[in-house]
Design a protein around this ligand. Sequence first.
Ligand code: ITT
Length: 198
Amino acid sequence: MTEKFTELVFATKNKNKLSEVKKMLENSGIEVQGIEGEFSPEESGDTFEQNAYIKAFEAAKITNLPALADDSGLVVQALNGRPGVYSSRYEKTDEKRNNKLLQELKDVSAEKRSAKFVCSMVIVSSEGEKLFSVTETCEGKIAFSPSGGHGFGYDPVFYLPEKNATMAELTMEEKNKISHRGKALRKTVEWLICGRNI
Ligand code: ITT
């Protein structure tokens, strides 16, 4: 039996992620809801995918709807992959996280500042069965200072050599075309619309 989702809960407390995903799904026939009220799943996984599953399952239990979750973060080569799955726990605010990152990299040369954003997306059924997962990346470098007023999180310090701009200097549309979340979401939407057969 082929079943189409028309309603999906996006298991995030991050309003910026929610707007990016809503924007990308606006003409898809799939209505995305945020999650209201108390929602603080323990992100105890070792991988982005495990954490995305934990968040999605928690949201599915609360809402009784199929749920989508994204776990994402920044992997910095010169820091042996840190902050990685701990990206949101690296410091308490975006500004503090970016300052700490720049401080940790203060003696690292331009050539050695490679980094990537990673995004895992998982969809679970309302019973918590993992139906789909995908992991995508976006490669760049850590800038020497923050720049740009769009986006969120580490965007002001994430420099894209091919654009000669930081992620925060791109519009949301431009970011969605190349970002880890944009790429993962396009595959997710493809699966939601045509690839699913359950
Ligand atoms: P939820 O868990 O509620 O979805 P969160 O913001 O805590 O929201 P994560 O656990 O996935 O999200 O943590 C991701 C961290 O990486 C967090 O600090 C984000 O600001 C940052 N991040 C994720 N995607 C990003 C992006 O597209 N641009 C900049 N920073 C990003």
